[in-house]
Design a protein around this ligand. Sequence first.
Ligand SMILES: Nc1ncnc2c1ncn2[C@@H]1O[C@H](COP(=O)(O)OP(=O)(O)OP(=O)(O)O)[C@@H](O)[C@H]1O
Ligand SMILES: [Mg+2]
Length: 224
Amino acid sequence: MVILEANTIIKQFKSHDSLINAVDRASIKVEEGEFVAIIGSSGSGKSTFLHILGGLDKPNYGSVNIRGNCITDMKPDELARFRGMYTGFVFQKHNLIPQLTVLENIMIPTVMCERPAFQYEEHLKKLTKILGLEERLNYLPGEISGGQQQRCAIARAMINRPQVLFCDEPTGNLDRKNADEVLDLLLKTREAIGQTIIMVTHDMKIAEKADRVFVMDNGVLSLS
Ligand SMILES: Nc1ncnc2c1ncn2[C@@H]1O[C@H](COP(=O)(O)OP(=O)(O)OP(=O)(O)O)[C@@H](O)[C@H]1O
Ligand SMILES: [Mg+2]
C-alpha cells in the first residue's frame, strides 16, 4: 500500500534578485513500511523537499498525500493535528528545548496532540530502553552528549507512534561509532513499531541499508 505520494513538487525561493528552484518537479511514491533514503550534495534541495513531504512547508506547485489525505490542501489547524497523529520529524539540528528535561522534550508531541486511549507510558518505557536514555530522563539537553541529544530527538519524533518518520541527517553531527549506533537503534525501533522512514543522509553506509535510494541534484529527484 502506498502511504505517501508526492506529485510534481516545485518550490522556489526568492534570493536577492534571483529565483532559486530548490525543488524542481520532484515526485515520489513510498510504500508502507519502506525505508527510503535521499542523498545529494549540499544545497541540492533535500531538506526543502523533506519539509514539504512532512507538511512543514508548502510547495509552490504540486501535492502531497499521506494515507490518502492531501496535506497540501489542509488548513493550518487540521495539518498540525494530522502531523501530530501520523508523522514524526527528526531535524538536521536536534531542536531540543534547552530548559526542558530529556523526558519533557520527548513528551512534547503528546501534549500538542493527545492520542485517545494510547498508552504513552508503556511506549515511552520501550523507546527510552531501546534508545538507551532511561538513566538520562531528568537531565537537561546541555548535560548529555551529542549522541544522546540525537537519540532524545528520535524518541520525541517517535513518541506518538507516527506511521511516517521523516529524518533529516539524523546522524550528521555524530562520529562514525555514534552514527552507527543511532542508526541501529532507529532501525530497531522501526522494527518494533513497523513504520515508514524517509531519511535524508550524506552517509553512504546508512543509505546502503535503505530499501530504495533517491538522489537529489539541483532540485531534481531521481532513483539512484
Ligand atoms: N528559506 C529559504 N530562503 C531562501 N532560500 C532557501 C531557503 N531554504 C533553502 N533555500 C535554498 O534552497 C536550496 C536548497 O536548500 P536545502 O536546505 O533544501 O538543501 P540541502 O540539500 O538540505 O542542503 P544540506 O545538505 O546542506 O543540508 C539552497 O540553494 C538554499 O540556499
Ligand atoms: Mg539540509
